[in-house]
Ligand binder design. Structure first.
Ligand SMILES: Cc1cc2nc3c(=O)[nH]c(=O)nc-3n(C[C@H](O)[C@H](O)[C@H](O)COP(=O)(O)O)c2cc1C
Length: 193
């Protein structure tokens, strides 16, 4: 089995970002060889990185909060979806804290063969979904992951939602197409065809 983990960086449980992320994961879950897991950061205790450098020396973060388990789950995943609402044109502080705390995985190039995709949602159609996805893609690239967008025919940056995402056709189709693109690449990498 291959595994895709999705992290939702909204402080709101069951919100717009979680809906699109679940939509993408449900699509991936249709594949026999795939298992999926959604992790919401909303109910987690996550300290922000203080740059102490302990992870550089020991490979582990000095903090022992919920990031211990999340880091292990990300490390074990073959695919990673990272999702965030747009807050002032970028990801939430919660999402960024999680990203910074995943630094120990960079030291061992854990993302080398991890297929990575992003989902964002904003209150407005052009509210910063693309700039937020670009920030998430920076994280994937700096971790050395394999970054993918949404599959053709939509074929852009990933899942991009706006407003109430349960009725947002573009958000839903781009999130589903992100899922199918991730499946394509993971299948190729793991010789599943
Ligand atoms: C502090 C704050 C800043 C926000 N900034 C933006 C923004 O820059 N652009 C935008 O389109 N929506 C913005 N929004 C709206 C949220 O992105 C939007 O409501 C989103 O769907 C929330 O997702 P969630 O339900 O998963 O939490 C902001 C919301 C908050 C609370």
């Amino acid at each position: 089995m291959v595994k895709v983990v999705a992290i939702v960086g909204s402080p709101r449980v069951d919100g717009n970002t979680e809906f699109l992320t679940k939509t993408a994961l449900d699509k991936i879950d249709e594949e026999d060889e795939f298992e999926v897991e959604l992790i919401t950061l909303a109910d987690k205790e996550i300290n922000y990185c203080v740059g102490c450098g302990v992870c550089i020396k020991t490979g582990k973060c000095a903090f022992t909060d919920d990031m211990v388990e999340i880091t292990q789950k990300v490390a074990d995943a073959d695919g990673l979806i990272f999702a965030s609402p747009v807050y002032f044109g970028d990801m939430t502080g919660l999402a960024k804290s999680c990203i910074d705390r995943l630094r120990p995985l960079r030291r061992i190039h854990n993302f080398k063969y991890k297929v990575c995709g992003a989902i964002t949602t904003g209150g407005f159609r052009n509210g910063g979904q693309e700039s937020t996805i670009a920030s998430i893609h920076d994280f994937f690239n700096i971790q050395g992951g394999i970054v993918v967008g949404d599959n053709m025919p939509t074929g852009h940056y990933g899942g991009t939602g706006h407003g109430e995402t349960q009725s947002d056709e573009v958000g839903i189709i781009t999130s589903i197409n992100l899922a199918t693109r991730m499946v394509d690449v993971i299948r190729k990498l793991h010789n599943l065809d």
